[in-house]
Design a protein around this ligand. Structure first.
Ligand code: PLP
Length: 381
């Protein structure tokens, strides 16, 4: 048996419809969108227009022109942070951030451009809201928060944080890399100013596509200048979304794949898919609880969490366990810090890290049973 349990890194397999849509574009109308006036170019542009509309509806963003395509969440977060923050800005982040947020923030501070404060989260990944309220300064321009922890599966309380940001008149940016497509996100209800997503995880697209959804009042400066297919007569890069932040030929094949991935989710129902993956995760956790050697790092709420489990085996380093699972049992998981040292520091698993088993909607109970049996054999050796 072969078991893929690394869906938080990237989801696999992809729905057949995603692969078919990408092949259809490449085989039948592979033109460059928004450039030429011929059929293929227009068909490609139509695909891109349609998916902007679908994404705006998915996250309840008022204007689909404010959906920006990027290569991934990291690219999106960098564009937003570097284009929005000005010299002298103060930023608040959580203690659960992925390096895709933490490193650019740290870099901007090192360059003397910004200052930042880290607000602690509890074992359930919840912001300490009093600490958050006390961290605002007169020059605070942005609060940034991960939505779902890629290491522990905890979910941040977006609405409460968004409410506080609104009261303070400060922009709120969310890293939805792990939750877009898994947990419904309403930008307007949660007062989210900037949402960053990646296409290749729970949205079922291919790698190389991600994006930003930007509230119309937020001004993110252009950092990459070039051709947009619009206002070509001008020296200056266009100053309207999406062209403002999208220079050069887009990843049309990736965008077409992402569209098919999102349509797959909408067709199955986001809640149905989450329920199915949550049940399988609960089943896995119950079985794991019966293995004495397993140390489970698990949020203690009964509320929402991602379909992943982080654990260690007593007296075994995480990379050894992942290696044994892959080599001897054909089970693919991820070990270590998962690009998120901050979360491990918060939860007390730094620097050794954990082994993460992340379940996707194509995993089966049979695969989980096989994984449990394999773990039992490993702890006996
Ligand atoms: C929480 C979180 N944020 C951001 C990212 C970055 O996503 P990407 O590698 O697609 O840019 C990841 C990827 O694992 C993640 O888990």
């Amino acid at each position: 048996m072969q078991v893929y349990l690394d869906n938080s890194a990237t989801s696999w397999p992809k729905p057949t419809s995603v692969i078919e849509a990408m092949a259809n574009y490449l085989n039948n109308f592979g033109g460059s969108p928004g450039r030429s006036g011929h059929k293929f170019s227009l068909l490609a542009a139509r695909e891109i227009f349609e998916i902007r509309e679908i994404i705006a509806e998915l996250f309840n963003l008022a204007d689909s022109e404010n959906v920006i395509f990027t290569s991934n969440a990291t690219h999106a977060i960098n564009i937003a942070l570097k284009g929005f923050l000005k010299k002298g800005s103060h930023v608040i982040i959580s203690s659960m951030e992925h390096n895709s947020v933490y490193r650019p923030i740290w870099f901007l501070k090192e360059q003397g451009i910004i200052d930042f404060t880290v607000v602690g989260c509890d074992n359930n990944g919840k912001f300490n809201l009093d600490e958050l309220k006390n961290s605002f300064r007169p020059n605070t321009k942005l609060v940034v928060s991960i939505h779902g922890s890629n290491v522990f599966g905890t979910i941040t309380q977006l609405k409460e944080i968004g409410f506080i940001c609104k009261e303070k008149g400060v922009a709120f940016m969310v890293d939805a890399a792990q939750t877009a497509g898994f947990i419904p996100i309403d930008m307007q209800k949660a007062n989210i100013s900037i949402l960053a997503f990646t296409g290749h995880k729970k949205l079922f697209g291919p790698s190389g596509i991600g994006g930003l959804c930007i509230d119309g009042n937020i001004d993110i400066a252009t950092s990459i200048h070039g051709g947009t297919g619009s206002k070509s007569e001008l020296d200056a890069h266009p100053d309207f979304y999406p062209d403002k932040l999208e220079a050069g030929t887009p990843n049309t094949v990736g965008i077409v794949g992402l569209k098919a991935g999102i349509l797959y989710i909408l067709n199955k129902g986001i809640d149905n898919l989450r329920k199915q993956q949550t049940q399988l995760t609960e089943y896995f956790i119950n079985q794991l609880n019966e293995i004495d050697e397993v140390i489970l790092y698990r949020p203690d709420t009964n509320g929402e969490r991602l379909s992943l489990v982080s654990l260690n085996i007593k007296n075994m380093i995480s990379s050894d366990l992942a290696y044994k699972l892959d080599k001897n049992y054909n089970i693919m998981v991820r070990a270590g810090l998962h690009c998120t040292p901050q979360a491990h520091k918060t939860m007390g698993t730094f620097p050794l890290g954990t082994v993460r088993f992340s379940i996707g909607c194509f995993n089966t109970e049979e695969e989980i049973k096989y994984t449990i049996e394999s773990l039992k054999k490993i702890v006996l050796i």
